[in-house]
Design a protein around this ligand. Structure first.
Ligand code: AQP
Length: 339
């Protein structure tokens, strides 16, 4: 006789990923992170946020900012995330992020924050606006992660230090009071490519790059993509091969490889004896095809603002339920009188 399976289903690990609406997402954001998020959503209990609070550490134009927030939410849907399956939300719609960030600020030392390399970099590139938010950015990120008791956080090389701080803050709080926060682990999954600027291939492609020729936005029209890739900086050797000192070609090869699945050796073989002109056209065509379905779905979602509003409202409600539970626990332990 079959015995009924009474084993409770194992809880899926929770994973949290955020993207800042600090500009129009780029091919770098897409190949480096977003492309993989649908797989993460299927494997884990996923929460995906539009990190608008983080984005104001750099000055934003209000009208553009409003639009970018909606665009990034529409993009999360366009890459295939399902709001019934995962929690899709806008960070500022869940006040617990700001509340927990303030509390955690008081459990973070000035010295440890001063060592954050991203702060050093960003305060150089935004020397006219080195605000306290920019300095405290990793504490807000810690709050984002710890509120959801996330087990895993996908991190690129530039965010490793920030996850380390989140872990330190969580451990400190847990030791000072009692276990409160899950200690998040870095998620090292299928590595997305690190896409570099088309104009300065020694720097990463960034959506806030003041020179639009440096990045491909995921919403760029095919002719714009073709033009930008054709004007990408390369070298004078004229040979498609991956090598030190050929940052521009290395970057185009890596983009082409992500879009086609071809290895560097196959690419070198296919373009033997051909010039950079032919190669650039092939790269542009591959990027256009890669982004076409995302762009088409994005246009549909952006055309339905009522649906976007519903998704944001439902996401905020689900996120708040989890976040408020953690915040209440924290407040109780610190000794606040709860309302
Ligand atoms: N060039 C890139 N190559 C690969 N991955 C990238 N990511 C960003 N740029 C590249 C990854 O995209 C995810 C979301 O990034 P974000 O918006 O939260 O922050 P960011 O890394 O600061 O992205 P940008 O485009 O450079 O924004 P700005 O210009 O505002 O600073 C992350 O997983 C990131 O690693």
């Amino acid at each position: 006789m079959d015995t009924p399976n009474t084993q409770p289903e194992a809880r899926k690990k929770r994973i949290l990923s955020c993207i800042q609406p600090s500009g129009i997402p780029t091919l770098g954001n897409y190949l480096g992170a977003l492309k993989n998020w649908k797989t993460l959503a299927d494997e884990f209990d996923g929460a995906f946020a539009v990190a608008d609070l983080h984005a104001i550490t750099v000055r934003q134009d209000p009208a553009k900012f409003r639009q970018q927030i909606q665009q990034v939410l529409a993009l999360l849907l366009a890459i295939g995330l399902d709001p019934e399956q995962s929690i899709l939300f806008i960070q500022s719609h869940v006040p617990a992020h700001s509340q927990l960030a303030w509390i955690l600020n008081c459990y973070t030392q000035f010295g440890e924050m001063s060592r954050m390399t991203q702060f050093k970099d960003k305060s150089q590139s935004h020397a006219d606006n080195v605000n306290v938010g920019l300095f405290a950015y990793p504490v807000l990120m810690a709050a984002d992660i710890l509120l959801y008791q996330a087990d895993l956080v996908p991190v690129g090389a530039d965010q490793k230090q920030h996850l380390e701080i989140a872990r330190d803050i969580a451990n400190r709080f847990n030791t000072l009071y009692s276990p409160t926060f899950t200690i998040p682990e870095p998620y090292i999954g299928k590595q997305g490519a690190r896409v570099m600027s088309l104009q300065s291939p020694d720097k990463k492609m960034s959506k806030s790059d003041p020179n639009p020729k440096g990045y491909i936005s995921v919403f760029d029209a095919p002719e714009v993509i073709m033009k930008k890739i054709k004007s990408a900086v390369t070298d004078s050797e004229g040979c498609v091969r991956y090598a030190d000192g050929k940052d521009g070609i290395n970057n185009l090869m890596s983009i082409y490889s992500c879009c086609t699945g071809l290895s560097d050796a196959q690419i070198e073989h296919d373009f033997q004896g051909k010039g950079y002109g032919d190669f650039k056209v092939a790269v542009a065509e591959a990027v256009i095809e890669e982004l076409r379905p995302v762009r088409e779905k994005f246009d549909r979602y952006m055309g339905d603002k009522a649906y976007l509003k519903d998704v944001a409202a439902q996401g905020a409600e689900r996120a708040s339920r989890i976040a408020n539970r953690t915040l209440q626990k924290v407040m109780k332990k610190v000794g606040f009188v709860l309302p």
